[in-house]
Design a binder for this molecule. Sequence first.
Ligand code: UD1
Ligand code: CA
Length: 470
Amino acid sequence: MSDLAALILAGGQSRRMRSPLSKVLHRAAGRPLIHYPVAAAIAAGASRVVVIASPKDRDTIEAYLVSAFGRDPIRVTVQDPPRGTGDAARVGVAALDASVRRVLILCGDVPLITRRDVEQLGSALASEQPLVVGTCQMPDPTGYGRILRNGEGRAYAIREHRDLATPAERAIREINAGVYAVLAEPLMSALTGLTPNNAQGEYYLTDILPVFARAGGVGTVDLSSDAVVGVNDRSQLAHVQDVMFERIAERHRAAGSSICRGACIDDAVVLGEDVLVQSGAHLRGNTRVGDGSSIDVGCVVTDSTLGAKVTLLPYTVVSESQIGDGCQLGPFAHARPKSVLEAEVKLGNFVETKATLMRRGAKANHLSYLGDGDVGENTNIGAGTIFCNYDGFSKHKTIVGRDVFIGSDSQLIAPVRVGDGAYVATASTVNLDVPADALAIGRARQTNKPGYAKALRERLAATKKPGSGH
Ligand code: UD1
Ligand code: CA
């Protein structure tokens, strides 16, 4: 265990989001916002992370963080009622054990902060500089606390936006990023002295600055304006997500994949090498994509695994499914949950699978619904085939062997089996099992009536008044 702990402030009310959900649980690039500062703190060496949450969000935040980071480093503690960031820090500090000497304080709503940013703060911390504040020159500092510096340029206070008093203060563009590194002991005593003497009647964490300025010294680390954007409303949430998508794309480009602008790849997605992701494609959740695969415009892939050299043609949707090496899907194909496609499978336009296994080399090239099926190797499913899997009460399986040919516009009424090498004639309704190598024809026999159409036409014409049209 290191002597470094992190407090993540996340107990506020999120009024500006206009949402019943705490803002730190809103998602960007597939993860709740709170994930990012926690990840940055752990990556920077914090062995304990204390999250300060409201009573209503406590359990949700804890369940998420434990699933993402394990139980070991995570403590979630409740602040009730929310009386400001200083009060939140006080609640957090009370949950630290005595071995903690250095504390990182991060805001749950400042998600673009990186491990590097946090490490910079940590390494600037020293006994002659027991508080380090992350700052930034913001082109538009509206809403942020401003850094006040004395004649020697030393930071001595932070003035909140609503408490700005003079034109000189209003002109300051250097803002408080809401991230701090601080020695535990002086932090605790500074927090006990806070008073709610400001526009909002809250305990401001920022009021520890004058205390440190008098006693030891306040250091600042200048961070990039990208790193410090706080999410207070939905417009900032959208901005943060844009920045994240671009960062993630750059990460994959550096690792040898081509990511077009406008592709949206979630943080947890894993790409192999030489993957191509076109504009407007979304790769979501825990998705993995193998080497050399290509994902065209408008595809949405969620919680799925794609093998190597998979081709998704435009507007293909894949959810909770596994797609084997060399498969080709789309355009407009839809692999719904629990679809498993072995290698070299093809699904063409307007083909939907659900809980269906397509074995190696199987094909369904046009307009089909294949639900709860098992389709054998190299079997060809003709255009317009439907696996009728649902009888209004329960789902049943359609099992088709290898090297089978299902003629176009056939319905297979489950439960039903078609044996290896069988052939189902076009437009059949199959409700009986088909033995291996048999030909099944399940449709009404056609009758032709010679000359009947002509006779019909003449009879109808005779009954019509002249000039009445048709
Ligand atoms: C805060 C800083 C401001 C800084 C900005 C950076 C203070 C007083 N102000 O302002 O100087 O420029 O962040 O983004 O600290 N929270 C609690 N309990 C509370 C209140 C807030 O846990 O009682 C949490 C919130 O959930 C949030 C974080 O603290 O994650 C910051 O609170 P917020 O109300 O967003 O502060 P800002 O007004 O943005
Ligand atoms: Ca904020």
